[in-house]
Design a protein around this ligand. Structure first.
Ligand SMILES: [Zn+2]
Length: 213
């Protein structure tokens, strides 16, 4: 027969596993944060590349214009080309300005991302160590539980009930879903110390002795 300590250990196991979940979520969030920053950086590098290629295109266009200006042209044609040339130079100057801004941004941001990466990798490493340690502890607690409880616990856990897998009986109702609990079930839980699920929500009903106080 199970005793009160089994219930304490079941709760301990459950809270250890929730801690593992929390740590894993933390790792996923941090990895996501890092990859967002990295993709911002690579977007900006891509933008810089496309501006540099625009800049080179302007060079070609200006060189082509100069070639045409060197030919014998009518004064109107010549002034029209000169006007076009000035326009091209102004546009190229604008691009050049943007390129310098990109370069300054990329330089600073690369450094930021690098620092963030080493920070996050260190955090992940320590979380992973903590996960391994917590799992080891959880495993040893799990092994001491009545074996028939294992499947029962896993079944309710798989449903991922909001606010956890446990409930308690309060005035012959499930504290969580308010389902009416029979006196027979109440005594199986409180006196018999059996692990039973609430017929309403399936959460495991903790005996009075393990939750009082
Ligand atoms: Zn319930």
């Amino acid at each position: 027969m199970a005793d009160v300590d089994d219930f304490f250990r079941l709760r301990e196991y459950d809270s250890l596993m929730r801690e593992v979940d929390r740590l894993r979520q933390g790792i996923a969030q941090e990895s996501e944060r890092l990859s967002r920053r990295k993709s911002e950086l690579s977007d900006r590098i891509e933008l810089l590349n496309s501006r540099e290629s625009q800049f080179r295109q302007f060079n070609h266009q200006i060189a082509e214009l100069d070639r045409r200006l060197a030919q014998h042209l009518s004064p109107e044609a010549q002034s029209k080309l000169e006007e076009e040339g000035l326009k091209l130079l102004a546009e190229q100057e604008e691009i050049s300005q943007l390129i310098s801004e990109d370069q300054v941004f990329i330089q600073g941001y690369s450094k930021t991302v690098q620092e963030l990466e080493s920070e996050i990798l260190a955090e992940i490493q320590s979380s992973e160590a903590l996960i391994a340690q917590t799992l080891k502890r959880a495993e040893s607690v799990y092994a001491t539980l009545p074996t028939e409880w294992h499947a029962q616990y896993q079944r309710i856990l798989a449903k991922k009930p909001a606010h956890g897998v446990f409930s308690r009986i309060e005035n012959l109702k499930c504290q969580f879903c308010r389902y009416t609990i029979s006196k027979v079930l109440e005594s199986e839980v409180d006196v018999g110390l059996q692990l039973k699920g609430c017929p309403g929500c399936g959460r495991l009903l903790l005996p009075y002795k393990t939750v009082a106080g």
